[in-house]
Structures are given as C-alpha cells and as structure tokens.
Design a protein. Structure first.
Length: 212
C-alpha cells in the first residue's frame, strides 16, 4: 500500500519507511558548514535567466530545517528536512525533498522529487507558517518555517517516489502522484522570507495569478 503524502505530512515519523539514515553528527556538521557560507544576495533580478540562476545556486542552500517533536511519553523525535537537486527550466521548478528521522525509537527516511509548473502556482497561497504543534498532538519544541505553495483550481503539482514494494530491488521504478499543495522547510526566518519571494517572483514571470 502506498501512502500519498506531501511535505506537510512528512514530519510524522511513524509513517516513514524504515531505511538507513545518516548519523546525527554527520547531518549536523553538514548543516553547520552550510550556515557559515556567505549570505545570499538580498534580492533576485527580475529576468528569467537571473531567476533560474538564483534557484540553482541558492534555493537548495537555504531550504533546510531541523525539527523536534516531543511525545506524550517524554521522548523526542528529531527530523532533518532537506531540499536538493533544484532546477528551474523554463517555467517548471523541480527539486528533491528528503526527510531523515532519527530518535531512540523511530528511524526513517523518505525521498521524493517534486515537479511544479510555476504558472499553476496560486500566488495568494504562497505564505510562511510556523506551527507550534503537529496535527497528531505532538508538541513541536524545535520549530521551522514552512513556505506553503498551492496550485490554482483545476491544476496540480506532481511528485515521484521510489516504488519500494516492487519485486525488482535493482530497478524498482517510481510512483507518480498528484498533489494540490506542498510546503518548503526553511529554518531561518529571514531566509524563509527570501525563498517565499523568490517562488512568487518566478511564478509571476511564468504568468501565475492570485486567486481565492
């Protein structure tokens, strides 16, 4: 059975597939190394070429977060959210999203690749949320910004994930699903604003409009 998930549901570690993880120390050192790199430019140019270059060079560097959820029994589940392999080709934005969960009782890994036709983005939907509690009642003690992005009525985004149930373990293939919305994790408040503006800017260049 395949669960249809989006980034908003991914932090719920109990649903993640039990696969090997990177260690906590390796994740932390990698993220720390990224944080000391020179800051991105405050704004992106309005041309299509400059916008594409910004996504290639900066989007993946900024779009990451670490969250911690505290359970009723006192245990804490730490989850690493990363965006990789970002491409803006024409008016199609693609990126891969990974979620690594590492705690004493829960381990999991999930990897999905998203395809977003930027013309389909509802500009009114692009906003930053900062939840303090997850939907299943777990208290989030280490929070992160989520940049919400939804498609206009009658359109959709898509994502693919490995077909883990396939009998062919060498070349398992992928499963493609459609979604109406997704979210992008960004740890830093100021960088979340920058990423949200970049998504809106790119979508506007591709003819996206705001609707309610």
């Amino acid at each position: 059975m395949h669960m249809r998930m989006n980034l908003r549901t991914l932090p719920y570690a109990a649903t993640l597939l039990a696969l090997p993880l990177f260690s906590l120390s390796s994740q932390s050192s990698e993220l720390a190394a990224q944080r000391v790199r020179p800051a991105a430019t405050p704004a992106i140019d309005t041309t299509a070429d400059e916008t594409a270059a910004w996504f290639t060079n900066e989007f993946a560097r900024l779009a990451w977060a670490t969250t911690t959820d505290k359970l009723d029994n006192g245990l804490a589940i730490r989850t690493f959210h990363r965006i990789r392999a970002v491409k803006l080709e024409g008016c199609t934005l693609t990126f891969s999203a990974s979620v690594d969960t590492d705690s004493a009782n829960v381990r999991g890994y999930r990897f999905l690749t998203y395809t977003i036709p930027l013309k389909s983005v509802n500009l009114a939907s692009v906003e930053i949320t900062r939840p303090t509690q997850t939907e299943d009642g777990r208290v989030r003690t280490e929070m992160a910004n989520n940049i919400q992005v939804a498609a206009t009525r009658g359109t959709a985004f898509s994502y693919t994930e490995p077909d883990y149930s396939s009998a062919n373990f060498v070349t398992p293939g992928v499963i493609t699903s459609e979604i109406r919305s997704t979210s992008i994790p960004v740890s830093d408040d100021a960088e979340a604003v920058r990423v949200a503006k970049a998504v809106k800017q790119a979508a506007k260049l591709c003819g996206a409009t705001a609707s309610r």
